[in-house]
Design a binder for this molecule. Sequence first.
Ligand code: URA
Length: 192
Amino acid sequence: MYEQLEEVKKSCLNCQKCALGALRNNVVFSDGIPNSKLMLIGEAPGFNEDMQGKPFVGRAGQLLDKIFESVGFSREKDVYICNTIKCRPPENRDPLPDEKEACRAYLDKQIEILKPRIILLCGKVALTSFLPHLNVGITKVRGQWFEGPYGAKMMPIFHPSYLLRNPIARPGSPKALMWEDIKNIRKAYDAL
Ligand code: URA
């Protein structure tokens, strides 16, 4: 498993399949532990991620770590984290269809090799990449379980950047809903 994943990573690190290849400082392939049952798929690297070559290391990443820690998960022990696309789009714009298309094979390989039992689709870019037929926003489907690749349970969740923009925790707020979702994710993980 690790050798296969290293092969995919190696080709990804040299990738020039789309225009973002020429702009990046670093390819952001993954973080966390490869033999985890739990995979989180975010959107795309931002400034800090591009500089460090690691996903979710900026403010959104710090919040994500806190959300995981609130139910006893950690990057070091429990989670494999990656993104829909592996290079930073200029000014953090949404990835373009051809960029998602070019990068998709890497993500599919990550899933095929690791076969996580639970996949979290973090934010709308990951949601629309995996469940395009739903044609709804994340607010409508977050917290629901869907059938994912290789029999995984797959749940769309809010992106932590969205929570940073909506920080108030009152009943029904994005933050409160995220708390509900992460507790359900923990329960499903414990039941595996
Ligand atoms: N947002 C993402 O979706 N991914 C990252 O790696 C960082 C911020």
